[in-house]
Ligand binder design. Sequence first.
Ligand code: PLP
Length: 380
Amino acid sequence: MKFNTKTIHGKQHPDKAYGSVMPPIYQTSTYAQSTPGGHKGYEYSRSANPTRHALEQSLASIENGDYGIAFASGLAAIDAIMKLLKPGDEVVSTSDLYGGTYRLFTKIFEGFGIKFHFVGMQDVKNIETYINEKTKLIWVETPTNPMMSIIDIEAVSIISKKHNVLFAVDNTFATPYLQLPLDLGADIVMHSATKYLGGHSDLVMGALIVKDKELADRLYFIQNASGAISGPQDSFLALRGIKTLHVRMQRHCENGKAVAHYLKSHPMVDKVYWPGFEDHPNHHIAKRQMKDYGAMISFTTKQDSLAGAVNFVEKLQIFTLAESLGGVESLAGHPASMTHGSIPKEEREKLGIKDSLVRLSVGIEDEEDLIADLKQALEN
Ligand code: PLP
């Protein structure tokens, strides 16, 4: 089955009760048993729920994995991965990453005795410098948030296998429409399904997808023991969202390309960060490992000031100033004060996250309207 068909049919079956094509929202915590242990595969909805199960099957299918696990949020999914580790273990992580992931690593798991090395991975050779016998996990985000750096997943997987270290990829920005980390050698794919998978800014959810049964069992055990599951209503919405992922992504990419080129040609704009540009430092890797270049774009203006960035985002009329990304509607954000506010200013600036940086999540509206909105906000 090819990707577009998988988003609709992958590991999906009509519901057993009445043949409903979409799974019902099984809004129940528990299931009647005929005798102790005599149930039809479901006993308590923390452990499993039929609506969530249908979604998890779909997640596994679209990421070319065998097992999917749906969580209450993206961060809950990352939290479960971290619980595979123990005090004294070390993690080598992308340096430029979602601020909430950085906060979880440094403010929670460092306190439990796990050591993190934040490394610029645009050149994967940098990773090996930090690997030792205590290293248990390599954590990669690509494209990175918000600088849109590209990391070579296949090259990282060679390093992870050589050192027998687990390798996880946050595939939130790219989605399986654009890149398939498990096919490129990753062990775990993680999603904030809140974003493109859900696609309509109406739910908060996370997901993990793996191929290895033992790893799936360990992650499932952690989820059941800790309890951060996605609810039936949200699972239904995410499954519905996934069915249009391919058509949404196609339009996101078209609009993203138009907006990136418009910004680059505008005399008031300084730098535009988008992996589709041939002069992007790792464009050749993006070209190889991604099907297209996505609709996440960051930029600075020549004014290069906090006030300029704030003024710009306040003037937008179609782009909404809001946290999050990946919905059908275009959003604008100011990373330094919003998504990446939890990273100390000094660290942020080392990564290029200046106070003047603006991040756009380009939606699927008409391209002309989006460009007109950017033009009026830049020029007013
Ligand atoms: N990873 C990335 C790349 C994100 O952008 C986000 C949220 O913005 C997360 C993880 C966390 O996901 P959630 O907000 O669903 O907990």
